[in-house]
Design a protein around this ligand. Structure first.
Ligand SMILES: Cc1ncc(COP(=O)(O)O)c(C=O)c1O
Length: 475
């Protein structure tokens, strides 16, 4: 048994021994003085159904070592041990940075959630012979880009962006170059934009169901995440009146995806405008992740992008993020960007000096090349999706055990399983049918699964056949 006097000299930190297990240990130096076991994800916070906290074993009391429950922010529905003494509390946000003095003194000891469960799954577990879990277009090959060796030049003038790329992105998005901030994919665009807008303790209002990394980034940045719903019953549409009811005086950011991931549903300009007015009245900004809106440029008949509901032209409170990754099969290029009013854009560039500083120059050059040929790249995507969408619709028409909102465009749909459990369906698909779909639990909708149709047609056809067999087997 450790004496408290010995323990308080050292800092208490939460650690996660394995990145792949939701399991945490509270350590004082080498000593593990508490564990959280079988911590499960709920609403993408962290919930524990079973705590292995043994404060009595090590004789640590929160009051003695200055650790208060509110400082740990861990929720337990069932606690073994003396949780109230030990510093566990109900919180939506999961494990947070402990705010006791020790942790502040040591910048290496951050214990915020600094990972994304969904991304780990997507990177390590979503692959299969028939992969319907991806949301982007099948990869576009370098060989078709017509690159010369000069297009791979290693070094170039890019202190705050590479001028030709800045120009090309500005032209493409109809914004002034000073409003464009280049970023590595929409992922980093979202992170950089949020980091420049919010401060710890700010409230961020986010749609549900949601693309989980958006929530994880907001929480990582120390924000209080509040939600508004996009209900299946109302076609996953945004209801501005619910957004209005959910906004408070602390709301600094409203987060939306358009097209919506996971449902693929389009939000029209009128709705965006209403959300913008709500944000303006609250002194908040609206971040719209438009990575799938590019699909309308690929699939739609609209060649004129001013006809599409891009959010940035709707007012200075709007910040838009985007990339060439999803709609064009160019994920490896990581060609992403943010559109923001000039002062905020400048702030993002300066903040980026603390992150990536400068971009990989060959990628900037290849991105310029890709943007020059974007119509050709889009054409290939359009043809693929025309065929694939027909297969999807045939599949959906043939099933009475899934209910699906059917958006006109995009690479994903989010069917609801009418009977049975989605986790069982996913296991059966993976284990017996070599097929993967994205489980709805990752989007906070456990009765749904996300089906991607951007893959090669053979893969989609094979995967849908197998999905049908698995659904039949589950009847
Ligand atoms: C809504 C949304 N934003 C961003 C991303 C990541 O995009 P990128 O590959 O451009 O980083 C994804 C990927 O699935 C996504 O669904």
């Amino acid at each position: 048994m450790k004496k408290i006097a010995e323990l308080i000299d050292r800092e208490l930190i939460w650690t996660q021994p394995s990145a792949f297990k939701m399991q945490y240990e509270l350590r004082a130096g080498e000593n593990v003085i508490a564990t959280l076991n079988e911590v499960r994800s709920s609403e993408f916070g962290v919930r524990s159904s079973e705590f292995g906290v043994r404060s009595s074993e090590c004789g640590v009391r929160s009051s003695e070592c200055g650790v208060r429950s509110s400082e740990f922010g861990v929720r337990s529905s069932e606690c073994e041990g003396r949780s109230s003494e030990f510093g566990v509390r109900s919180s939506e946000c999961g494990v947070r940075r402990p705010r006791h003095a020790g942790a502040h003194n040591n910048p290496m000891s951050s214990t915020r959630i600094i990972s994304s469960e969904y991304m780990q799954w997507a990177k390590m577990r979503s692959q299969s012979r028939f992969n319907l879990a991806t949301s982007g277009l099948a990869p576009y090959p370098l060989a078709d880009l017509g690159a010369a060796v000069e297009d791979l030049e290693i070094n170039g003038p890019n202190p705050y962006g590479y001028e030709p790329l800045q120009q090309a992105l500005a032209v493409r998005s109809g914004a002034a170059p000073g409003c464009v901030v280049a970023a590595a994919g929409t992922s980093f665009a979202n992170h950089l934009a949020m980091a420049a807008i919010v401060e710890p303790g700010d409230e961020v209002l986010v749609e549900t169901p949601v693309y989980e990394p958006l929530v994880s980034v907001a929480r990582y940045l120390g924000c209080d995440v509040k939600r508004f719903s996009r209900c299946f019953e109302s076609g996953f549409r945004i209801d501005p009146s619910e957004v209005e009811r959910s906004v408070t005086s602390r709301t600094r950011l409203i987060l939306i995806t358009n097209l919506h991931n996971p449902s693929g549903v389009l939000t029209d300009r009128d709705t965006l405008r209403q959300v913008g007015e709500i944000a303006l009245a609250a002194g908040a900004r609206v971040l719209v992740d438009e990575v799938y809106l590019e699909m309308l440029r690929v699939e739609g008949t609209e060649q004129d992008c001013s006809a599409l509901p891009y959010s940035f032209p709707l007012g200075p409170q709007f910040v838009a993020t985007n990339s060439l990754t999803k709609a064009y099969g160019l994920s490896g290029l990581r060609c992403g960007w943010i559109l923001a009013e000039p002062d905020l854009a400048r702030k993002m560039w300066l903040l980026n000096d603390l992150f990536g500083a400068t971009a990989a120059h060959p990628v900037e050059r290849l991105s310029v090349l890709a943007l020059r040929r974007i119509e050709r790249i889009a054409d290939r995507a359009k043809k693929l999706l025309e065929i694939n969408r027909r297969l999807l619709l045939q599949f959906l028409d043939s099933r009475d055990d899934v209910e699906t909102v059917r958006p006109e465009f995009g690479t994903v749909v989010f069917p609801k399983l009418a009977g049975g459990r989605v986790d069982e369906l996913c296991s059966l698909l993976r284990e017996k049918y070599e097929t993967t779909v994205a489980p709805g639990i990752f989007f906070e909708a456990p009765d749904h699964f996300r089906l991607g149709i951007g893959c090669e047609t053979d893969m989609l056809a094979g995967g849908l056949d197998r999905l049908s067999s698995a659904l039949d087997e589950m009847r």
